[in-house]
Design a protein around this ligand. Structure first.
Ligand code: 13P
Length: 304
């Protein structure tokens, strides 16, 4: 089935009151694990590709793999995650991506609006969806380091959506990229999310939403990793966010964690093994398992 747009998937999710996972991919095994899970759960998916993933694997390789994945019956969008480089955005458009995130959130409101509007116009001419971010998410992702987060202002959000014509808005309410999200308890600003929802009617997106399951951290650590103090978004917070209108949930760290825990386990179980297929295959199975769990948890099982 041909790739679908982000807008198509998120409008259905908004109506059905569930969220579609946006999973970041970097290689074949990660993509396969996600697609196998989506086939099993009959779930739509958003395949997220970051600028770092493109640097690592190459745009042509990633697009070719997604084209093969799209031969399945799964409804999927191919999405550029945190696009900052306009030239690369244009390459992704030409390559056949069906969704672009323009992330100019590090600029002030005026400049962010200006750049986002320009990219939205280019994408919409080609029938491609556009996501943009207002506010700043804390954390490190693909070498982009933001020291201090800034919450999205609900009034600015309303103006931003009107002025730019974007199809989905990523909000900053206290989540952050990476495996170390909170020192103490989580303290997401659901009051802000509620106000944004009242003022904005495009689908809302939550980045930095990995839950960092403790059992995966334990598994990795038992097999030699040294992951200390990792903490993700609690289950209840994710559920609440979906209830308050979040329709797209970005997950990268949980996949990374599952992948390395699965591979470490295989290496631990069989120290003599020199067959990369056994190691990578174990990582792929771990991806399939966690991707399935997300689909069920976000309510998009049987929503393909
Ligand atoms: P996590 O680091 O919580 O998985 O977030 C990923 C993300 O938001 C990608 O855009």
């Amino acid at each position: 089935m041909p790739l679908v747009t982000l807008s198509y998937l998120l409008k259905r999710a908004q109506k059905g009151k569930y969220a579609v996972p946006a999973f970041n991919i970097n290689n074949m095994e990660i993509l396969q694990g996600i697609v196998y899970a989506a086939e099993k759960e009959k779930s739509p998916i958003i395949i997220g590709v970051s600028e770092g993933a493109i640097k690592y694997a190459g745009l042509d390789y990633l697009k070719a793999m997604v084209d093969v994945a799209a031969k399945s019956k799964v409804k999927m969008a191919l999405h550029l995650d945190h696009g900052k480089d306009i030239e690369l955005i244009k390459k992704c458009i030409d390559a056949g991506f069906t969704s672009i995130m323009i992330d100019a959130s590090f600029h002030d409101f005026k400049k962010n609006t200006e750049i986002t509007k320009k990219v939205a116009a280019i994408c919409h001419k080609k029938g491609i969806s556009v996501e943009a971010e207002l506010g700043k998410l804390q954390g490190v992702e693909d070498n982009v380091h933001v020291e201090k987060g800034i919450f999205t202002d609900p009034d600015e959000a309303s103006l931003f959506v009107k002025k730019t014509g974007i199809d989905a808005l990523a909000v900053a309410i206290g989540t952050s990229h990476g495996a170390y999200k909170f020192k103490g308890e989580s303290n997401l600003r659901f009051d802000i999310l509620r106000k944004i929802r009242e003022k904005v009617n495009v689908p809302l997106v939550l980045h930095g939403s990995s839950q960092i399951p403790i059992e995966l951290v334990r598994q990795a650590n038992t097999c030699g990793a040294k992951i200390k103090g990792a903490k993700g978004v609690p289950n209840n917070d994710v559920k609440k966010a979906i209830k308050l209108g979040i329709c797209k949930i970005n997950i990268d760290s949980d996949l990374r964690l599952a992948f390395i825990a699965g591979m470490r386990q295989a290496l631990c179980n069989d120290p003599d093994c020199i067959d990369p297929r056994k190691i990578l295959g174990s990582g792929r199975s771990a991806i399939e398992k966690i991707a399935s769990e997300k689909m069920r948890f976000f309510g998009c099982k049987n929503k393909n």
